[in-house]
Ligand binder design. Sequence first.
Ligand SMILES: *[C@@H]1O[C@H](CO)[C@@H](O)[C@H](O)[C@H]1NC(C)=O
Ligand SMILES: *[C@@H]1O[C@H](CO)[C@@H](O)[C@H](O)[C@H]1NC(C)=O
Ligand SMILES: *[C@@H]1O[C@H](CO)[C@@H](O)[C@H](O)[C@H]1NC(C)=O
Ligand SMILES: *[C@@H]1O[C@H](CO)[C@@H](O)[C@H](O)[C@H]1NC(C)=O
Length: 349
Amino acid sequence: MERSSSCFFLFLVMGLMKVRCSADHHHHLENGSSTNSWTSNPRKLLVFGDSYADTGNLPKIVAPSWRKPYGVTFPRKPSGRFSDGRVFTDFLAKFLKINSPIPYKYRRYGYKVLQYGMNFAIGGSGVFDTVFLSANLTTQINNFKKQVEQGAIDLRSSTALVAVSGNDYVHYQDNGGTMEGLKTFTPKVIDQLKKNLECLRDLGVETVAVTNLHPVGCLPSFTRSSSYKKCNTSANDAVVYHNNLLEAAIDELNRDNKNGSAIAIVDLFNGFMSVLNKGGNKFGDILRPCCEAMTSNFHCGFADSDGMEKYTLCRRPDSTFYWDSSHPTQAGWKAVFSSLKPTLNNLLN
Ligand SMILES: *[C@@H]1O[C@H](CO)[C@@H](O)[C@H](O)[C@H]1NC(C)=O
Ligand SMILES: *[C@@H]1O[C@H](CO)[C@@H](O)[C@H](O)[C@H]1NC(C)=O
Ligand SMILES: *[C@@H]1O[C@H](CO)[C@@H](O)[C@H](O)[C@H]1NC(C)=O
Ligand SMILES: *[C@@H]1O[C@H](CO)[C@@H](O)[C@H](O)[C@H]1NC(C)=O
């Protein structure tokens, strides 16, 4: 979630844009059910979205996720993940009993592991254009489509994870968007997301799961001003608005498509909330991040020209929930994942 340099008010032209999916090119199981008879195959995980799911797609030169101290817990060096260790994708892959899928950027080196799918997610992205060098959700899906057309990925036993964690709103706010204006902006975000999800399903992905928004108002970037004591309730109200619209959109998609597989919501909001509400024992001062920038113009991982680090690091990332100003630690993700696990069985089929 870096600050953006681009300043297109993309939502103004949104109505004119069309997402085209190849409607002529269905891979749905003829039986029309999401249950599959390919249980001997490992599942394939196709991942789309932002830094909550990216495992290395951002270029090394620009991303803090490729700098110390990112990756200090796993794999003990920076790996392009916005955490001290594993992110949501890694936990989901483990749940599906497969290796974490190879980042799209490294696809040329990964023919042996393509059986596990591919990760197209890239930090900073949104459904609309956000930051330079990131790729919006439509572009990620187009990249995926090309891989399918080239035969690099087949869609048997495929699960897609779409993690859209709020960068559209960061970009919106950076460009002067107001809380009031969210009444019209949020439906545009949901509308675009809905088109993208429909597209994935039409391309033949068997199971599609999309995250709702986590309680953004509890991120350290929002709680710093209260010394990490209080979540920002107006930001969380905006999150609830987004999540309600998302739920209605998914209901509609599932109603309109009785034959295809159902699209599922991964309820990050309640996953985060349940950990934040009862995490006191494991996670002490739960809203305080492990890696804290010295001032709000710095970011975890930054150093000055003399190499002086401009951040402080906690001693125990494994008992801290948030890693930096906007991402959980590996331990944080692990706790969120175990609270979500009972709801994820429909992804196993
Ligand atoms: C549906 O699945 C069953 C059992 O796997 C199979 O025998 C049948 O041919 C399938 N039907 C179609 C239309 O593919
Ligand atoms: C996504 O990015 C592509 C390529 O930059 C652009 O042409 C397209 O308009 C963008 N789509 C949306 C929905 O912002
Ligand atoms: C909560 O977040 C909103 C949106 O960023 C901001 O306008 C507001 O000032 C914040 N409120 C508090 C109490 O920090
Ligand atoms: C569902 O399947 C039936 C029978 O195969 C078909 O007639 C109908 O058009 C399909 N509906 C949708 C929404 O795909």
